[in-house]
Design a protein around this ligand. Structure first.
Ligand SMILES: [Fe+2]
Ligand SMILES: [Fe+2]
Length: 358
């Protein structure tokens, strides 16, 4: 039995979406919850709009992945500091292309494409009404989170609620659909809406969604396609590393074949190569592209952030995706991720696979 047909090598699609979302969250460097908060707010407003649970699940996933076209911390900073800016459409186009190229998630592509477009432009361009509404819902949730984000850490959010509501209300009809703004104002009149944006609530929400979902099992071929998607997100981090993950994957697979590994192992080695630099996403562009050696402070700060409990926990969860589906033969998704910027897995895994060679 080869990797393509091995029933043990199966992955739940929603867990895979969560894994991609975690990788995207890394680009936020210190803010790990942007995508999850956006997904949660959009899905909850979607419920109030009357969408059924399946559509709300799709809205949540689109919210989780809405910024999958952002690999650069520089771009991410602009997106969370300004309500609108000139270059914002580039990451939407990129995210659209990424998702469209991966059939299991292609249905989310259009929402990502339009998630920064003004409501008035969506109307002028005759976009499908439901696509326009959901995209605009994600846009609204995204901008609410940007306005709220500076106030999460010091717990001053509740004192800023009136200003945030006023800013959103002022954009009705231009940036956002009037119907969505009205709904937002009703929902956010209740303090509970804002209290649910805390990290614990956001995590709990994701766990609840995971338990509610009907599992959609992916084949190894689809999982490998997802590793390709990850690799493109990782390689887009820097113009100096374009195609780097693909090069490592090809070379690693070639070496695996040269030493006579069975086909299944060669497949796993290739996937581990595609994912080996995933931790790099969290490193600020300035540090990654600096021609100078890291200062003691920069090195210490990177080590500290990569070893924070939140970070480690998130990647343990990611690693379980493969482990759950294939108890004895999991790829080392998490081992390289535990060391940002590392090009070698930290664990004692053998060529990126946690199982012993046959
Ligand atoms: Fe965005
Ligand atoms: Fe965003």
């Amino acid at each position: 039995m080869d990797a393509m047909t091995n029933p043990e090598l199966r992955i739940d699609l929603r867990q895979l979406v969560f894994a991609i979302a975690h990788a995207i969250d890394l680009v936020g460097v210190d803010d790990f919850f942007h995508g999850r908060r956006v997904g949660m707010m959009a899905a909850e407003l979607g419920k109030l709009l009357g969408f059924d649970s399946e559509v709300c699940g799709t809205i949540y996933e689109a919210g989780l992945l809405h910024d999958c076209g952002v690999s650069s911390t520089r771009v991410h900073r602009r997106l969370v500091e300004e309500l609108e800016w000139e270059g914002q459409q580039a990451h939407c186009d990129r995210g659209y292309a990424l998702l469209l190229s991966y059939p299991p998630l292609a249905h989310l592509a259009e929402f990502v494409l339009h998630h920064h477009r003004r409501w008035s432009a969506l109307q002028d361009d005759g976009i499908d009404p439901q696509v326009a509404l959901i995209s605009n819902l994600i846009h609204l949730a995204d901008r609410v989170d940007v306005l709220a984000a500076p106030h999460y850490a010091d717990r001053t959010l509740l004192s800023q609620v009136a200003q945030i509501r006023d800013r959103i209300a002022a954009c009705s009809g231009m940036l956002f659909a009037p119907r969505l703004v009205e709904l937002f104002l009703v929902a956010t009149g209740n303090e509970a809406f804002w209290l649910r944006l805390s990290p614990d609530s956001v995590r709990q929400y994701q766990d609840d969604v995971a338990h509610q979902a009907r599992p959609t099992v992916l084949s190894w071929v689809d999982f490998k396609g997802c590793a390709d998607l990850f690799a493109r997100i990782i390689d887009a981090k820097s113009s100096f590393t374009v195609e780097h993950s693909f090069g490592v994957a090809r070379l690693a697979r070639f070496l695996a074949e040269c030493v006579g590994l069975p086909g299944v192992r060669c497949e796993m080695v290739e996937v581990a190569g595609l994912l080996h630099d995933i931790g790099k996403l969290q490193i600020p562009d300035e540090i990654l592209e600096s021609p100078k050696a890291l200062s003691q402070e920069e090195f210490a700060s990177r080590r500290a952030s990569s070893r924070s409990p939140t970070y480690s926990k998130r990647w343990r969860r990611t690693g379980r995706i493969a482990a759950r589906s294939t108890p004895r033969r999991s790829c080392a998704i998490s081992s390289s991720a535990s060391r940002p910027g590392s090009s070698m897995p930290r664990s004692s895994s053998w060529l990126g696979c946690t199982s012993k060679p046959a």
